[in-house]
Design a protein around this ligand. Structure first.
Ligand code: 4NP
Length: 157
């Protein structure tokens, strides 16, 4: 499974989502590739926001080595699943995808936990107090993604 986490700047939410999913995949012995990107390019090349790095460290993982990048056209072929943090990221991704197959890979990450509700992971950039809440939302959503792709219904006998 190859998963791309996507937000606007790729410095606050999606780096945390990448770090959380990587830690969970490793803990579950899943050989998943996890990356993150932003729909915007303003922060390309930067490390994650210091508040996201700190939030990760408080929960036992290190995202400081990540560097921000913008979503690329070839991401839609390379990744199996492209997870948007909010509805604006989702709409932007749909606008970038070029085929039905590419569009079918895009989903809102919180829908794995609350199907069909299209809940946003709030942008914490101007709200320091939201980083911890964002972490807990992403932690629960990543668990739900792993459950969805690792739970097999046994064949009926
Ligand atoms: P992110 O947060 O999309 O979670 O990385 C933001 C980071 C930067 C900006 C907006 C959102 N910005 O406007 O620079």
């Amino acid at each position: 499974m190859k998963i791309l986490m996507v937000c606007l700047g790729n410095i606050c939410r999606s780096p945390l989502a990448e770090g959380i999913m990587q830690a969970k995949a490793q803990a579950n012995n899943l050989h998943w590739k996890v990356d993150s990107a932003g729909t915007g390019a303003w922060h390309a090349g930067e490390r994650p926001d210091s508040r996201s790095i700190r939030t990760g460290r408080n929960h036992g993982f290190d995202i400081a080595r990540q560097r921000a990048r913008q979503v690329r056209k070839d991401d839609f072929d390379h990744f199996d699943l492209i997870l948007a943090m909010d509805s604006s990221n989702y709409e932007d991704l749909l606008g970038l995808a070029q085929t039905d197959e590419q569009r079918s890979k895009i989903a809102m990450i919180m829908n794995f936990l609350h199907p069909g509700e299209n809940r946003d992971v709030p942008d914490p950039y101007y709200h320091n107090q939201l980083f911890e809440e964002v972490y807990h939302m992403l932690d629960a959503a990543c668990d739900a993604v792993i459950t969805q792709f690792t739970t097999h219904t046994p064949p009926k006998t």
